[in-house]
Ligand binder design. Structure first.
Ligand code: 5GP
Length: 192
């Protein structure tokens, strides 16, 4: 990362979690708490789910555009998750960090590993479900995914949990209020 002038670069926070671990709620809580924290809107080739907005939840783009971005070095990190591409725009990250703004990335473990190579000072946080049974129950009650999709997500969750040691902080999301407090305390410790 390059810093222009005397501006202290921003801090990059990465939050990862198996889907269903409550990550979206936790991300919203820190974004509400810190008004100047910037959320990096990822690019994806998956289709919009009900209630999502293009440019807000994700930038939804076609597969060929994403693949062109890979060859052109457009992504600071990218990964294939649940059979779709997801990526973070490199120019966006560098621009915001160089302007001294702190950024929140909600990305998977493959992306977290790539970001750590590129920005080794990133603050990495992994959100754990209390158990795989709880995770399965949460995914089922969400009602957005078919049983096949839930099975894939549970398998991915097991893989992610097995690699959680690459993260600097681990939060178990058992009681939401406790998890939010823990997360906010971590942000307060590192924020520029
Ligand atoms: P969902 O499709 O449920 O919104 O997200 C699926 C997974 O993709 C989540 O674990 C989420 O953190 C991850 N993800 C979202 N955006 C990105 C990204 O830009 N890069 C990577 N590597 N993963 C992402």
């Amino acid at each position: 990362m390059t810093s222009s002038g005397t501006q202290k670069p921003g801090v990059l926070f990465i939050i990862s979690a198996p889907s269903g671990a409550g990550k979206s709620t936790l991300c919203r809580a820190v974004l509400n708490r810190f008004a100047d924290l910037i959320y990096s809107v990822s690019y994806t080739t998956r289709s919009l789910r009900g209630g999502e907005k293009n440019g807000v939840d994700y930038h939804f783009i076609p597969k060929d555009e994403f693949e062109k971005g890979i060859t052109q070095g457009r992504w600071a990190e990218w990964a294939e998750v649940h059979d779709h591409y997801y990526g973070t725009c490199a120019d966006f990250l560098d621009g915001e960090l160089n302007a001294g703004r702190d950024i929140l990335l909600d990305i998977d473990i493959q992306g977290a590993g790539q970001i750590l190579q590129r920005y080794p000072d990133s603050v990495t946080i992994f959100i754990m479900p209390p158990s795989l049974e709880t995770l399965k129950a949460r995914l089922q009650s969400r009602g957005t995914d078919s049983p096949e999709v839930i099975a894939v997500r549970l398998k991915n969750a097991q893989n992610e949990i097995a690699q959680k040691d690459i993260y600097r902080h681990i939060i178990i999301n058992d009681r939401l209020t406790d998890a939010v407090a823990e997360l906010i305390a971590i942000f307060e410790r590192y924020r520029s």
